[in-house]
Design a protein around this ligand. Structure first.
Ligand code: FES
Length: 108
């Protein structure tokens, strides 16, 4: 079952708080989740890298829309969670939806 949690009260607020291509840690229901905005698209993945647990929110985003772990530079697709060279397990990807009344992340 998915629980939708409101993270921002509008898309405008989300855009103000999430810099384009700059990952940000968010703790939702006790889970560490990495939020990313690329232009007007929002992504949410588990914050812990599946390689060795580094915080992906300390990483960066490349021009392909992948998040790069700051420790050993593994690159994960933000939509699928897949590591580009299959060097480690997929990240858990959380659904994000943007409505007039806010931006929500689905926790399951
Ligand atoms: S801990 Fe992330 S690539 Fe090694």
């Amino acid at each position: 079952m998915i629980t939708w949690l409101k993270v921002f009260s509008s898309e405008k607020q989300a855009i103000e708080h999430l810099q384009h291509g700059v990952p940000r840690l968010c703790i939702l229901n006790g889970r560490r989740i990495c939020l990313v905005r690329i232009n007007h698209s929002f992504y949410a993945v588990q914050d812990a890298c599946t390689h060795n647990g580094e915080s992906l929110s300390k990483g960066s985003v490349n021009h392909l829309g992948e998040i790069i772990c700051p420790w050993h530079n593994y690159c994960f697709n933000l939509q699928t969670g897949r590591e580009m060279l299959n060097r480690s397990a997929e990240l858990k990807v959380y659904p994000v939806k943007c409505h007039a009344d806010g931006l929500y992340v689905g926790i399951f």
